[in-house]
Structure formats: structure tokens, C-alpha cells
Design a protein around this ligand. Structure first.
Ligand code: C2O
Ligand code: CU
Length: 483
């Protein structure tokens, strides 16, 4: 076992060359250097995830914690994260939603070699966008993320918005036994893989049964919600207050009020809420999760006894500073179809797997493959498409399965152009709250079609996959190249 002291030594050694900027552990000292530098170790640990906190769960975490430390960076300023893998299996880190250089994207087999046990890989990049992002391994993520390997990455705006407090809410569902033990036995079971994915039985925010956030009446509070679950779609609301949505997937949107069904977050998605705190000292205002039809309490805003702050004159918050993402334009457009097939009820007849055409039974029983994109299960040697840099790609997503899927694009953000059920005659404009949002992850219902578009402006090899991690592992993964 590695002891704390040894870890410290190893960290300073790894970062020795950049010693002036080195922080030991995951703390950020803005004064120390313009460059934000962290060292993280991927290793087993324990957490108290249940209300009964005498029960412990064995987890895997960044620095042995779940969630991993909140990493803070500043828009347009370099960030360095040295990641050491102390697991017995290879790992890597993907910076979900960040439009960074391809070699730092953290996808073993596509952009880097896996970080072998005992090795360190140093990620260096400059986040171009301010917002809420997250990090997680991109190898066996169906296991590594399920066990707790994830954390928030907050990129601060260049000029701070008018907000009094800023909280990160990392939401996850866990499959635990009565004794609090992590259910490892059911990891990788084909039933989950061919159905809705691994759904947990315990909801946590910041790995706590009931996380508490201390606030003062009159304050404007930013809640950065991140869904890190393998497969569960969540819906959050703060019924006692009037929260505004100000961003999706790390990109600002024109503020709108959260409706009665809450704000939906599919796995991998983020949303930032701004909420003006009203109430009396001592109040506990629940944050709830609604996707099951029940109101599950996910945490509380706890109103402190400090002197209330006078409320702001304008109830509607100002939009966050505009995004720098280049918006897709008509002309210079490349159309790409991505059709999803397979899964329980409509099993694959056959698909190409690693270059070979196999029947559905062989795919499932010998290779744990249950889904396909355009008739191909899993990563192929050749990209799905190649786009010349600067082209607008119009991606026609077609879900021909009986299940929801949650398509995530690496290195780029897209806008949704249209959506329809496959039974409908014509496409209709997007009428959801996210109509104008730039997103990196999008949820499609069974038998739905959606057209999304993005400017392929980031050179390299980028994945497209379902962020229901069991679906990703059992076929729903491909890639494209920006040349
Ligand atoms: Cu959040 Cu390809 O990953
Ligand atoms: Cu899926």
C-alpha cells in the first residue's frame, strides 16, 4: 500500500520541473502562479454514501475521494494535471465537454496510450470556455465511473458574474447492498448492457445522502449540477424557490425558469442554476430529484443566521458572458447519418465488429456487443467520417431502438436543429428549453430523430458515443476525424 507520505513525495517528484507552480494535493492557489497545476492519484478509497454513516462503501476515486477534488481553472489560462494511476488496471482522464487539443482528450487507443498501473500522465491544456465541466476515465468507464472515478472541473469566467455563492452538485446513483457494499458482482452484466444500463438504488449529491449548502437569505447562489451516473437520467428542482437555468453543458443560455418537472440532466450533462434565496434563518429548502415520479430529497439549502442580504433589484439574472463557440452556418455543410440499432426487444441481426460481420448471437455471447451505429458495433479502424476543418457537420441522429440514448460528442459543441418521432411526417423545430443551447451531450427517446450541427473546427480524432456507459461498452461508440 502506498502511504500518504509517499504520495506526497511522488507528487513533488512528478511535478519537480514546474516546481514554482506545484500545489501538493488538489488545492488551487491563485496567487502562486497564473498556471493552475494539480496532481491527482487514481486509487481505491472509502466513502459514507448512506444516511446511516456507520456504513462504508469501498470506492475508486481521484485521490481516493468521491467525487474527486473540484479542479478550478480560468478561461484562457493553462491548466496542468498530473495523473498517477495506482489501480491495478489501466486508466486515463477525459475532460468532458472541454474543447481542447486532441492529444489531451484522454481516450486510450485514439488520442493516447492508457496510463498503466504505477504510471503518470500529465495533461496540459487551456480551457477556451468558462463553465461547468467534469473529468472521468475513458477506459472501462462502465466500471471506473461506476466505482466513483469522477470529479468537477470549474472554469471561472474572466470577469466574475454577480453571484454570492457558488456550489458544485455532483449527482450519482449507486448500486449498493444493504450493508453499503458496492455491488461489484453485477458490473458488466449483459442484461444491463442490452437494456437501460446500470441503474443504481441510492442517490447521492457529492457522495452524500443529504448534502447541505449553507446560504444566507437574499443571496444569489449558483448551483452547478453534474450528472455522473452511468445511465440514469435525472430531473432536479428546488420547489421552494425560483431557480433560473443559465447554462447547459458549460455553455451559457438565455436565462429561463426551471419548470415544475425540473431541469433534466442525462448522464454527462451539466446545468448551472441561479437562485435567489428567500426565507427565514434556520429554514431548510430541499433540492429534489423527480425522475422516478417521487420527490427524492437530494440535499438542502440551509439558511444561515447571518444578517440577510438585501435582494437584488432585478429578479431576472443577467446572462453569463457569451460563448466563444463558433455557430454552425448554412453552406459548407456535410451531412452525416448516425443510426442506432440493437438492444433488448430489437436485437441486432448482425453487425460488423472489428472488421468482421457477425450474427447477433455471437456478438452478444462472445463479445458482449448489443448495439450498433450504422451497422458497426464498437470502434472501427476507420472513422465514421472525416471533415475538413471549418466544415459545418449536420449529424442526423436516428434512434431505431426501443431505448433512450444519450449521444456525446468529443471536442465540440453542437446545436439541435430539429427533432421528431420517427412516426411523424415532418421534422419540427426544436421547442424544448434547450432550443438554442450549445450542448455536448443529447438525449434521444426511443424511435426519435434529431438533427444536430456543429462546426468541425478542432483538428484530431474525436469520439461520438452513447454516454450511457453500458451502451458505449456494448457497441455504441465511434469516432470522426477533423483533418
Ligand atoms: Cu464523458 Cu466520451 O465521455
Ligand atoms: Cu445508449
Amino acid at each position: 500500500m502506498v502511504t500518504g507520505g509517499l504520495i506526497l513525495n511522488r507528487r513533488s517528484f512528478v511535478l519537480g520541473a514546474a516546481a514554482s507552480a506545484v500545489m501538493v494535493g488538489a488545492r488551487w492557489d491563485a496567487a502562486a502562479s497564473a498556471e493552475h497545476a494539480y496532481a491527482l492519484e487514481i486509487r481505491p478509497g472509502t466513502a459514507r454514501l448512506l444516511e446511516d454513516d456507520s456504513l462504508q462503501t469501498g470506492i475508486w476515486g481521484f485521490d481516493g475521494q468521491v467525487p474527486g477534488p473540484v479542479l478550478r481553472a480560468r478561461q484562457g489560462q493553462p491548466l496542468t494535471v498530473a495523473v498517477t494511476n495506482a489501480l491495478e488496471q489501466p486508466s486515463s482522464v477525459h475532460w468532458h465537454g472541454l474543447r481542447i487539443e486532441n492529444s489531451m482528450d484522454g481516450v486510450p487507443g485514439l488520442t493516447q496510450d492508457p496510463i498503466a498501473p504505477g504510471e503518470t500522465f500529465t495533461y496540459r491544456f487551456t480551457p477556451p470556455d468558462a463553465g461547468t465541466f467534469w473529468y472521468h476515465p475513458h477506459i472501462r468507464s462502465w466500471e471506473q465511473v461506476a466505482r466513483g472515478l469522477y470529479g468537477a472541473l470549474v472554469v471561472e469566467e474572466d470577469s466574475a458574474p454577480d453571484i454570492d455563492r457558488d456550489f458544485v452538485l455532483v449527482a450519482d446513483d449507486w448500486r449498493l447492498g444493504e450493508d453499503g457494499a458496492f455491488d461489484a458482482e453485477s458490473l458488466g452484466n449483459l442484461h444491463d448492457w442490452a437494456h437501460a444500463g446500470r441503474l443504481g438504488n441510492i442517490l447521492t449529491v457529492n457522495a452524500k445522502a443529504y448534502e447541505r449548502f449553507e446560504v444566507t437569505p437574499g443571496e444569489r447562489v449558483r448551483l452547478r449540477l453534474i450528472n455522473t451516473a452511468n445511465a440514469r437520467v435525472m430531473q432536479f428542482a428546488v420547489p421552494g424557490l425560483r431557480p433560473w437555468v443559465v447554462s447547459h453543458d458549460g455553455q451559457p443560455v438565455a436565462p429561463y425558469l426551471v419548470g415544475s418537472s425540473g431541469v433534466e440532466l442525462s448522464p454527462g450533462q451539466r446545468t448551472d442554476l441561479l437562485v435567489d434565496v428567500a426565507g427565514t434563518s434556520g429554514d431548510e429548502i430541499p433540492i429534489v430529484e423527480l425522475s422516478t415520479g417521487d420527490r427524492l430529497v437530494a440535499g438542502y439549502l440551509v439558511l444561515s443566521r447571518k444578517t440577510p442580504r438585501p435582494p437584488r433589484a432585478f429578479a431576472t439574472p443577467a446572462a453569463l458572458p457569451a460563448s466563444t463557440v463558433e455557430l454552425p452556418v448554412a453552406g459548407n455543410t456535410q451531412d452525416v447519418n448516425l443510426t442506432m440499432t440493437g438492444g433488448a426487444m430489437r436485437f441486432l441481426q448482425s453487425a460488423v465488429y472489428k472488421g468482421e460481420t457477425l450474427d447477433g448471437r455471437t456478438l452478444a455471447l462472445e463479445h458482449s456487443q448489443a448495439w450498433a451505429f450504422n451497422g458497426i458495433a464498437g470502434m472501427s479502424a476507420k472513422p465514421l467520417f472525416t471533415a475538413a476543418r471549418g466544415t459545418t457537420v449536420r449529424l442526423k441522429l436516428r434512434n431505431d431502438t426501443g431505448w433512450r440514448h444519450n449521444i456525446h460528442l468529443h471536442g465540440h459543441h453542437f446545436v439541435e436543429l430539429s427533432r421528431r418521432a420517427s412516426a411523424d411526417a415532418g421534422a419540427r423545430p426544436v421547442t424544448t428549453d434547450r432550443a438554442d443551447a450549445l450542448q455536448d451531450t443529447i438525449l434521444l427517446q426511443a424511435d426519435e430523430l434529431s438533427e444536430v450541427a456543429f462546426v468541425a473546427d478542432n483538428p484530431g480524432k474525436w469520439m461520438i458515443h452513447c454516454h450511457m456507459l453500458e451502451h458505449q461498452a456494448s457497441g455504441m461508440a465511434t469516432w470522426f476525424e477533423v483533418a
